[in-house]
Design a protein around this ligand. Structure first.
Ligand code: MTE
Ligand code: MO
Length: 196
């Protein structure tokens, strides 16, 4: 045996651009949820943003009147599957911060059903994250986070909170649901920030 591997694994690691270390490609779209799928109607949906004493709320119509973008994103799950070239549409997180002045450096995103995930503002501002409401040209299926989910494609997919209901600003980084159960606080797939 030399250093050249004829195995699929070796070929895949060298030849697929966009595939982070330790990940394999899938064409499916697996569903990973820590609990039951909450069913939220669009006319019941509210997104809340608690910012330093003030707070903002968007109902579905208000959210849809915010700037919209189409996103082509590669998804990387910490359980090792990656799905490349997925299409989404939604509101850049930047638009929610229009006019917000804050010294906070972190956010905790909340979901219907109680899931949370923490993110540095640097990872959700500057065109890096969206609240999406369309997947592949249609509504997001409930099991994949519809009516709306967070999408932070440059980090492992557990950061992309499904059924997102809001965010709060935090001065300090605090672990969310999976981060307090052993997942990495940050979750960069290119650095394999999986656990701890
Ligand atoms: N609200 C909520 N968001 C969530 C989760 C969850 O259990 N609840 N699971 C996370 C994890 S661990 C992953 S890998 C992705 C899976 O998204 P998918 O089911 O659309 O593939 O959603 C993330 N967002
Ligand atoms: Mo996950």
């Amino acid at each position: 045996m030399g250093i050249v591997s004829s195995g699929f694994m070796g070929r895949r690691k060298r030849d697929v651009p966009g595939l982070p270390p330790g990940q394999y490609l899938t064409e499916d779209f697996p569903v990973l949820s820590a609990g039951p799928t909450p069913r939220i109607e669009r006319d019941q949906w509210v997104f809340s943003f608690a910012a330093d004493g003030s707070s903002r709320h968007w109902d579905w119509n208000g959210f849809m009147s915010l700037p919209q973008e189409d996103i082509l994103a590669d998804l990387h799950c910490v359980t090792s599957w990656s799905k490349l070239g997925t299409r989404w549409r939604g509101v850049p997180v930047d638009a929610l911060f229009e006019g917000v002045e804050t010294d906070a450096e972190y956010a905790l995103f909340h979901s219907y059903g109680g899931y949370t995930t923490n993110l540095p503002l640097d990872d959700v501002l500057g065109g890096k994250a969206w609240i999406v409401h369309e997947y592949d040209g249609g509504e997001i299926p409930p099991e994949h986070g519809g009516p709306a989910r967070l999408l932070v494609p440059h980090l492992y997919l557990w950061k992309s909170a499904k059924w997102v209901s809001g965010l709060e600003l935090m001065a300090e980084d605090e672990p969310g649901f999976w981060e307090s159960r052993g997942y990495h606080l940050h979750g960069d797939p290119w650095r394999e920030e999986r656990y701890g």
